[in-house]
Design a protein around this ligand. Sequence first.
Ligand code: BG6
Ligand code: MG
Length: 214
Amino acid sequence: AIKAAIFDLDGVLVDTAHYHYLAWRRVAERLDIPFTEADNERLKGVSRSQSLEYVLQKGKESMHADEKREWAARKNAWYLEYLSALNESHLLPGARAYVAWLKKAGVRIGLGTSSKNAGVILERLRIQDWFDAAVDGSMVAQTKPDPEVFLKCAHLLHVRPECCLVLEDSTAGIQAAKNAGMKCIGIGDKHVLTEADRVVSGLQELLPSKEASP
Ligand code: BG6
Ligand code: MG
């Protein structure tokens, strides 16, 4: 039985995935590297530095470590600029109701995100108190698809991996959940998120009117 639900943040609970995309596209444009929404799928769920590696690979571009740090910082500054208007209205449909329903059913709630901006985002959305445990990009050495972030969260929740359900919008995140030995529901397009146990278009589809138990 499922005892814990571990949520990814960007693109699952909050509508920030598009801002990440816009910021990376801006980086790619400046570097004269072609960058499409399909390229962006590979970046979802992946750390900032690893995402930059993908962009550079796409453009067959090599760069010194200092320069990489500068571009990563620039990307984050643009991203934070897009985030400046973030508020509770950016919570994705069904997020609040689904988490409330899980809590009522006694399911523990975790956060498992690659983002180092998670603290700011949770604060803006006023949802810090939703989580029994939160693991973000500053607390792990390996990025998704490595299972570290989810295993760490399960450990903090005192729930065995096989009793955890992960909610993810990214291919890398779904692989991370499977690598952790967890169940995984993909949020998005079932033709893209083929490795998930099940795919829904949004958390609202998981609400109890349509589903009997977690
Ligand atoms: C993930 C996003 O949640 O966090 C990625 O899906 C992002 O797009 C990653 O690169 C790292 O985020 P940040 O906020 O630390 O740059
Ligand atoms: Mg995500």
